[in-house]
Ligand binder design. Structure first.
Ligand SMILES: C[S@@+](CC[C@H](N)C(=O)[O-])C[C@H]1O[C@@H](n2cnc3c(N)ncnc32)[C@H](O)[C@@H]1O
Length: 300
């Protein structure tokens, strides 16, 4: 009896060899990244925050001007109720969290997603966060506006609201969609990047913030895979300004909208306390765990 192994062509597949030899599609030294940042010329103002409605704001941007979008829209729920569920201390949540009636969520979603294809560059991508309750509206609007879904990522976080008669929700959806599925920017910086991300929410007790801050690590991954140094990253719903400060810390330009003027101080502090390029490291210097293990195995 022939074993399946003897039928294989010898020397073809060596486990983990590809991982050991993995190189990111694109990579830049810190000096190159900084140079790209300073060399970019724009015909519109960048590195700016507008305290206004994003739909009106985006209408004023030039066509095909944006390299990448990160959007974390409001939930369409009353956050004061959610705050009780999430067991948070309201003293540290900024006033005036603006939300949209759930009945209008489909219309609201359509109104801002409709603006995206015009302002996105041909190879640009949009990364949209959504809970499961409103996901259908976002998926419908993406399709209606001819934005093609490339990945549907599950971001799993560490805590959920206690439940008695159903499972505890402890994930978020992150949709990566593009204008042109044959020509979009994606920098494969990991050998085997999975579409489930396990990232904890960060809690800085005692700091005043918008109620729904994203962890910087989640935004950093979107920016790493979806853009290059010097690019401009738009966030229509800035909240605490997480996207803008992560962009600045990684030699990307930023542009964003926030309807709640009361968040100005929080947003400005977050951006001003971030030094240009402070978090930037070439991808070759931060290999993922699979690559690290494989390199150890092959003594690389
Ligand atoms: C889920 S939070 C964003 C949190 C943000 N990703 C962060 O990490 O801090 C949504 C934000 O959108 C803002 N917002 C709601 N409607 C808006 C609109 N039409 N235009 C601009 N901002 C809006 C809310 O005030 C809120 O701060």
């Amino acid at each position: 009896m022939k074993s399946t192994q003897s039928q294989k062509k010898p020397g073809k597949y060596i486990p983990h060899k590809a991982a050991a030899e993995f190189q990111p599609t694109m990579d830049w030294s810190k000096k190159e990244a900084e140079q790209f940042y300073h060399d970019r010329i724009f015909t519109f103002e960048v590195d700016v925050v507008y305290y206004s409605d994003c739909t009106n704001g985006m209408k004023k941007l030039p066509p095909e001007s944006i390299d990448m979008i990160v959007a974390d829209p409001p939930f369409g729920l009353n956050f004061n109720e959610m705050e009780v569920l999430y067991n948070r201390d309201s003293d540290f949540v900024a006033e005036g969290y603006t939300d949209v009636e759930i009945d209008n969520y489909a219309d609201f979603t359509e109104s801002w997603i409709k603006e995206l294809p015009r302002i996105m560059k041909e190879d640009a991508g949009v990364w949209i966060f959504s809970g499961w309750t409103n996901l259908v509206d976002i998926l419908n609007s993406l399709r209606a506006n001819k934005l093609t879904l490339i990945n549907h990522i599950i971001w799993k976080y560490q805590f959920g609201v206690f439940t008695r008669r159903k499972f505890v929700t402890s994930h978020y959806h992150l949709l990566f969609a593009v204008k042109d599925e044959k020509n979009y920017f994606f920098n494969k910086i990991e050998h085997y990047p999975l579409d489930v991300w396990e990232i904890n929410r960060d809690y800085e007790r005692g700091t005043k913030k918008n109620a729904t801050k994203l962890p910087t690590e989640v935004v950093q991954r979107c920016i790493d895979f979806g853009s290059k140094p010097g690019d401009v990253i738009l966030d229509p719903f800035l909240g605490n300004g997480t996207t803008s400060s992560v962009a600045k810390g990684n030699y990307r330009h930023f542009l964003g909208y926030e309807i709640n003027q009361e968040l100005e101080e929080i947003i400005s502090n977050n951006i001003n306390q971030t030094k240009l390029g402070q978090d930037y490291r070439p991808y070759s210097e931060k290999p993922d765990e699979i690559v690290k293990e494989a390199r150890k195995k092959f003594g690389k």
